[in-house]
Design a protein around this ligand. Structure first.
Ligand code: ATP
Length: 513
């Protein structure tokens, strides 16, 4: 199955098995907004808990916060979002499709990188062990040509983006002959700026259309952390360096939203702002870069993750990179790590007139701390999990309809349902026993009782949901007080004594993380 077909399968599987539904579906949906179904919400909660434990519970010097979505409109002035949270958009006159000009150019640069990497791979195969990659890169004429092209386009792009030169962005697109990825047309409009914040009117002032009454739906959770920085620091008696973590909804009026839950207009972020002494931020930036990559590697194979340094820095950053994941549509941003300097706290101090400083007892001086941010989207993480875990595979020694199965191989500690308790047949002597086991195990983990349909069909259904363990109660159980525990991934079955089941399940789950 190619990547596009796999992606389509992920989307339909998510709907069929209660992971994700399009929002407002009976009214034909609402673009780039989705609802999480019964299994989806379990997986989402498990991802959030796993992050929270890794970031807050495991760090004495990181504490949590849950700030409101509505905030004073001046916050977004100070943060730069009112003036600078724009995407440059461009329309194709023939296809009428809308694109982000910066994304078109970055994809062009990625293609040049791919071409260079292909040349290197080909040469590595040709020369075998004697291959010197650095020598090849610096001497091969074709690679040199690609590299020079890449450098000159990247330079123009960074300059244009930094100076908001929209005409130059269009010239780059024209000079590089970048075409509409869907239709190949090069008939482009001019590039225009588009602010991504959703605005609404507040309280009794609603309808007055004044700027004062305007409030925004937050486009990131970070600002709630910045404006509470001193409240949290004082109430928890934290000393720098320390962090504040928050999980919450964010809203962006994205120009293009064509990739399922990858780019949504309402989404959820897990952010941690780490406050450090000015001058130490690069050390911490490196620390969090490695720490966050290690966290992702605890869920995904290393080959599906990579770092990507930003070509163009956001208005608040002095260093920034993405952790990218190999989605069905290629490597794309999963998490951002940004060194935000004192930009946010400094601007809030200036605009509010309130001190945003920390008194450092070791240095005996006050300063506005620098900030290193880690920011990961819950929904993108969710998509990374379901797209990498959904597989079709052959079942050994099975025939006909049973010869293949669809399995969601989600790591057990993240799976929505940990164990399904299944009486072999729907007969009272077995169902009474199975229900009693379910009542014991539900105290340990999220479980499901299911007595409907033939046992084979129930196994297939649990495979499709991603349940790592199926516990079957059969007639032998009544004699030997044991049940069969079936492992989703290996298909191996073992007999386990009912009395030891709660501890057995807990141990299996603990071992999976
Ligand atoms: P992109 O370049 O893809 O638009 P970004 O650089 O604007 O993303 P950040 O502002 O760094 O994203 O946000 C941090 C994280 O929030 C991202 O890494 C991503 O996981 C998530 N995120 C951002 N925008 C969206 C969105 N529209 N839908 C879903 N998740 C998002």
């Amino acid at each position: 199955m190619n990547a596009t077909d796999h992606f389509k399968k992920v989307i339909s599987h998510c709907k069929e098995y209660g992971y994700i539904f399009p929002s407002s579906e009976i009214y034909d949906g609402l673009s780039a907004v989705y609802d999480y179904g019964s299994y989806g919400v379990e997986l989402k909660n498990n991802l959030k808990t796993y992050w929270w434990r890794a970031m807050v519970q495991m760090h004495e010097n990181i504490v949590g916060l849950d700030s409101a979505i509505f905030m004073h409109p001046k916050i977004w002035k100070a943060s730069g979002h009112v003036d600078a949270f724009n995407d440059p958009l461009i329309d194709n006159k023939d296809s009428k499709k809308r694109y982000r000009a910066d994304v078109l150019i970055e994809e062009y640069l990625n293609k040049l990188d791919d071409k260079i990497n292909k040349e290197v791979e080909k040469a590595a195969k040709r020369f075998g062990e004697s291959f010197d990659v650095n020598m090849f890169r610096s001497t091969n004429p074709r690679v040199a040509e690609y590299a020079e092209k890449r450098r000159s386009v990247a330079d123009r792009y960074v300059r244009a983006a930094e100076t908001d030169n929209l005409a130059e962005l269009k010239s780059i697109i024209e000079d590089c002959e970048i075409a509409d990825p869907e239709t190949g047309s090069r008939n482009w409009t001019d590039v225009r700026q588009f602010n991504l914040m959703f605005a609404t009117q507040f309280g009794a002032l609603a309808g007055s259309e004044t700027e004062d009454a305007k409030v925004y739906l937050r486009p990131e959770t970070a600002q709630g952390i910045f404006v509470n920085f001193l409240n949290v620091q004082k109430s928890t008696r934290q000393k720098i360096p320390f962090g504040i973590a928050q999980i919450g909804k964010a809203f962006r009026n994205e120009i293009i939203a064509r990739q399922f839950i990858f780019r949504m207009r309402e989404f959820e972020q897990m952010e941690m702002q780490f406050f450090v002494r000015p001058g130490s931020e690069m050390e911490w930036y490196k620390h969090w870069k490695e720490t966050r990559m290690a966290w992702h590697r605890s869920i995904f194979p290393a080959a599906r993750l990579r770092f990507h340094d930003h070509e163009k820095l956001a208005h608040y950053a002095n260093a920034a990179l993405d952790i990218e994941f190999d989605f069905p549509f290629g490597f794309k941003e999963l998490e951002g790590i940004h060194s935000r300097t004192d930009f946010d706290l400094g601007n809030h101090q200036q605009l509010s007139g309130k001190k945003m400083q920390y008194f450092d007892p070791e240095l005996n001086e006050s300063y506005v701390p620098y900030v290193v941010e880690t920011s990961v989207g819950v929904d993108r993480l969710f998509l990374a999990v379901v797209s990498s875990c959904l597989v079709d595979e052959k079942v050994p020694d099975a025939k006909g309809e049973d010869a293949t199965r669809t399995v969601m191989k989600i790591p057990a500690f993240l799976a929505p349902i940990k164990a399904a308790i299944l009486p072999l047949v729907n007969k009272e002597e077995l169902t009474v026993e199975a229900r009693a086991i379910f009542d014991r195990l539900k105290m340990v983990a999220q479980c499901q009782y299911d007595a409907k349909d033939a046992i084979g069909r129930r196994y297939r259904r649990q495979d499709a949901i991603g349940t790592p363990y199926c516990i079957t109660v059969d007639f032998e159980t009544l004699e030997d007080r044991c049940v069969t525990v079936r492992n989703r991934d290996t298909l191996q079955q073992e007999r386990v004594a009912i009395d030891t089941l709660p501890a057995h399940l807990a141990a299996l789950l603990a071992a999976s993380c």
